[in-house]
Design a protein around this ligand. Structure first.
Ligand code: OAD
Length: 257
């Protein structure tokens, strides 16, 4: 996409946003790439480099939560490339652009697959974290969430202060069902959406990848912001082939003009 085509795509996106009432965004790892957090798939993805993690995390946790926590604490002390990047990351121009769209009343809700807390750090408010939040724990019994930093880890597994249930980190593991409250909100938002932005996701993980498709089937236009083609590119009404940190501030500027 040359600069002229990009400019046109950005203008069309701003116009779609201007004329819509309930814009919902599905966000993926690409939005945080410019904050120094590697994506999973694609050229610089951590799974491309190191292979996918074991897919039995949820099974291991259910079998022996105390052993799982012991390993998790050790792993945190060692600090993988991914966890160190998340610890030190700050929101980038793309996160700030999304926050500004919300503040301007132009973006109703963010469904994020990211667990890095950067939308909150940027100041966005209406967020559903479909894959959880790395800085939180979640009770397996009552579903309540709390900050990991406030959770006492002397006795493992840690227990919920409200109901005594076993606490797990809030990040959704392979094989683990998406928490009910998050899933319900994603379906609700997808049903309300009259425009869907798909930002920085390869759109291959379900159910997240289904929400824009559901909205599109109901007639909501779909806009993709991603420097690379994805599974959803063919469905998109507008494709913005650029980094989120480049495209989103330009869209905001047009809407402010
Ligand atoms: P992926 O790593 O699959 O895809 C990242 C996407 O971001 C790719 O399509 C890139 O082209 C795009 N991208 C890279 N840099 C970008 C930039 N600066 N601006 C915009 N886009 C950029 O990440 P996800 O789609 O988020 O789940 O992966 C979905 C889920 O797979 C993750 O949430 C994770 C994993 O299983 C869990 O951890 C539960």
């Amino acid at each position: 996409m040359d600069e002229h085509e990009l400019d046109l795509a950005i203008r069309r996106t701003a116009e779609f946003i201007r004329t819509s009432k309930h814009v919902v965004a599905l966000v993926g790892a690409g939005l945080s790439a410019e904050s120094g957090i590697p994506t999973f798939r694609g050229k610089d993805g951590i799974w491309t480099k190191f292979g996918e993690p074991t897919i039995d995390g949820w099974e291991l946790f259910r079998r022996d939560p105390a052993a799982w926590w012991e390993n998790a604490i050790l792993a945190r002390e060692e600090g993988s490339e991914f966890s160190v990047a998340i610890e030190i990351a700050e929101p980038n121009a793309g996160h700030l652009g999304m926050m500004e769209l919300e503040e301007m009343g132009r973006l109703a809700h963010i469904i994020t697959q990211n667990v890095d807390n950067l939308h909150q750090k940027a100041g966005s408010k209406a967020i559903t974290e479909i894959h959880g939040n790395r800085f939180k724990v979640r009770c397996m019994n009552c579903g309540g969430r709390d900050l990991l930093s406030r959770t006492r880890l002397e006795q493992l597994p840690p227990l919920c202060g409200e109901c005594g249930g076993v606490l797990k980190n809030d990040t959704v593991m392979f094989g683990e069902p998406i928490p009910d409250d998050a899933l319900r909100e994603c379906y609700r938002q997808s049903a309300l959406a009259d425009l869907f932005l798909v930002v920085g996701t390869s759109a291959v993980v379900y159910p997240a990848a289904d929400f824009p498709v559901m909205a599109k089937r109901r007639g909501a236009p779909l806009i993709e912001i991603n420097p690379e083609p994805t599974a959803l590119s063919g469905l998109a009404d507008v494709v913005v082939r650029a980094a989120a940190g480049v495209a989103l501030p330009r869209i905001v500027a047009l809407l402010r003009a």
